[in-house]
Design a protein around this ligand. Structure first.
Ligand code: ARG
Length: 575
């Protein structure tokens, strides 16, 4: 089944072909202003330029051959040569009646599914997962859900930072400063405390610095005691990460952290040297890119002169492993914009190694505090994700308890969880991923405007219409709500058109990995629904009109629920 828009587009393409015009000019877009119809194309204007003809005349000659009478009123030429389409009410009804019985709600899977590896979240062990990781986690999860929904084969891999120089400090701290009780209660916080304290002690004590460095070297050489401490630190951190992922309803297919690639690093560097892909340079090993203008001066360092390996070395080993194991079509790395150069280097080095897979850095901006600087706690530390999520739920609970004082406590809590977590996720996803945005509790928890609670509330409102219909003995109306949708009121028409766009928006999201397009779509859907709800009585109408309106409300609720679930956001039944 194809959508109205794609049917119109392909018919236009056929007509252009017959008229000897480039078929790729057949681009149809929704009209910005409903007075000019529902869809429009500027194909005639673009073609006229190339043909050196009058655009309005080209438009008229296209219209002579264009057969869309079953879908639209007679198309009109406007302005400098736009062709406007107004969809027939009957065509809208037909399309909606198809979608309503389609479990995919008009979303068609991609023709050629790809194998896509999504590398996201990837927090560091013994460091708290902070708001920088939150964007990666939320964005990566949503992209994974959407790509899967469209039929791609997705592998999510949490490339945790479980091997790095921080372990020298952590191990020294563990041996001399550990508080077992704190470690049991809040392992990451205790590990971070150790890290910070040793860091401070080291500052003016070069002998200590040397001892700490030695702990790291011992770990790298496989010392049993240090390995055991490292293992425990990783396991304890992971336990806490998992609790957060559980809360956020996020799962991973793989958790192959940096340590997994340890043994591969030495041989990889040797091989790249032997293959002359890498070169020795002042004792270090680098991959140079003389052929890439922008990166001539930016070689990728893969072994330091003291023999240590780097972040990039691990990423190259990871890339090779993924190639061999999954033969992916694409690998997406969801990490902040500051890592741009790192990925440019890794990708360029990967090309030299013969890797042809599409590699993409899905970069994102920062989360700012109300002062428009990087979000920090009052004492200047990174805001810790766990605390942030708890606060979101608590704040939502206060709102829910105020609105529904009679609801049992456990129900209030369950609703608050959906609203609080939904609000945090949505506030992030609704932004273009590259924009920095200001974190504001007031805004994200508001029931008005482009927020998760607003969308959840639209869903809840529809569910309550159905509950009311049932309690008022309108079972027959609900039953026949699955019969047929007819469109007559302008508000119905606007809602219908919006519902029908669902099939396109998900594909648009994946073109440039931008879930904000789905957010905007859902916001406009909820908005169209509210206009419809105000203009068109549902339960107060009768007979076929009532059934039709109930059916329209029902599809709306299904699209809202599915759309939100693709953002990783759940819906309550009441709120
Ligand atoms: N652990 C890294 C960080 O916190 C992110 C890792 C991203 N993934 C990768 N393959 N480099 O910055």
């Amino acid at each position: 089944m194809s959508s109205l828009l794609s049917t119109l587009t392909s018919r236009l393409a056929v007509t252009l072909g017959i008229a000897g015009i480039d078929e790729s000019l057949a681009v149809v877009t929704p009209s910005a202003d409903p007075r000019f119809g529902d869809f429009q194309t500027n194909a005639a204007m673009v073609a006229a330029k190339a043909l050196k003809k009058n655009p309005r005349e080209v438009a008229s000659s296209i219209l002579e051959h264009l057969k869309v009478g079953d879908l639209c009123e007679v198309p009109s030429v406007a302005g400098a040569g736009f062709i406007n389409f107004k969809v027939r009410e009957s065509a809208l009804s037909d399309a909606l009646n198809v979608i309503r019985n389609d479990m995919h709600l008009g979303v068609v899977s991609v023709e050629k599914p790809k194998t896509i590896i999504i590398d996201f979240s990837s927090p560091n062990v013994a460091k708290p997962m902070h708001v920088g990781h939150i964007r990666s986690t939320i964005l990566g999860d949503s992209l994974a859900r959407i790509a899967r929904h469209l039929g791609h084969h997705v592998i999510t891999d949490n490339h945790i930072g479980d091997w790095g120089t921080q372990f020298g400090k952590v191990i020294y701290g563990w041996k001399h400063l550990l508080n077992r009780e704190s470690l049991e209660q809040a392992p990451i916080a205790e590990l971070v405390r150790l890290y910070r304290e040793v860091n401070a002690l080291e500052e003016n004590d070069s002998a200590l610095k040397e001892t700490v460095r030695h702990e790291l070297v011992k770990l790298q050489q496989g010392d049993a005691e240090n390995l055991e401490i490292w293992k425990q630190a990783v396991a304890l951190s992971w336990r806490e990460f998992e609790r957060l992922y559980g809360l956020l309803d996020i799962t991973f297919d793989e958790r192959l952290g940096e340590s997994f690639y340890n043994d591969a690093l030495g041989p990889l560097v040797e091989r790249l040297l032997a293959e002359k892909i890498a070169q020795l340079s002042e004792g270090a090993v680098c991959i140079f890119f003389p052929e890439l203008h922008a990166m001539e001066e930016k070689p990728c360092l893969i072994r330091k002169s003291d023999g240590g390996f780097l972040y990039a070395t691990t990423d190259l080993a990871t890339l090779e492993y993924r190639e061999q194991r999954w033969k992916p079509d694409a690998v997406w790395y969801v990490t902040g914009a500051p890592q741009q150069l790192h990925f440019e280097q890794v990708f360029a080095a990967g090309r030299k190694m013969g890797i042809k897979t599409e590699l993409r850095h899905i970069a994102f901006g920062s989360i700012l505090g109300e002062d428009r600087k990087m979000m920090k706690t009052r004492s200047g530390e990174n805001v810790e994700l766990g605390g942030l999520l708890n606060e979101a739920i608590e704040r939502a609970l206060a709102v829910v308890a105020e609105k529904n004082p009679d609801l049992p406590k456990t129900d209030q809590e369950e609703i608050a969880r959906l609203i609080g977590l939904g609000a945090v996720k949505y506030a992030d996803l609704m932004q273009h991923r590259l924009t920095d945005y200001v974190f504001s509790w007031e805004k994200m928890l508001s029931f008005q405007g482009n927020t998760a609670p607003y969308l959840q509330n639209a869903y809840v409102r529809i569910r309550s219409i159905f509950r009311k219909a049932e309690s008022e003995g309108m079972g027959d109306a609900i039953a026949t709500a699955s019969s047929s949708i007819t469109i007559s009121d302008p508000a119905e028409r606007a809602l219908a058109l919006q519902i029908l766009k669902f099939g396109e928006v998900l594909h648009a999201v994946l073109e440039d990995q931008r879930p904000n397009l789905l957010c905007l779509y859902l916001y406009e859907l909820a908005d169209s629904f509210h206009r419809f709800y105000e203009a068109c009585p549902i339960l107060k109408s009768e007979g076929d009109v009532r059934s039709s309106r109930l059916a329209l409300a029902k599809v709306t609720s299904e699209v809202l629920k599915t759309g939100l679930s693709l953002l990783g956001i759940g819906v309550p039944e009441r709120m």
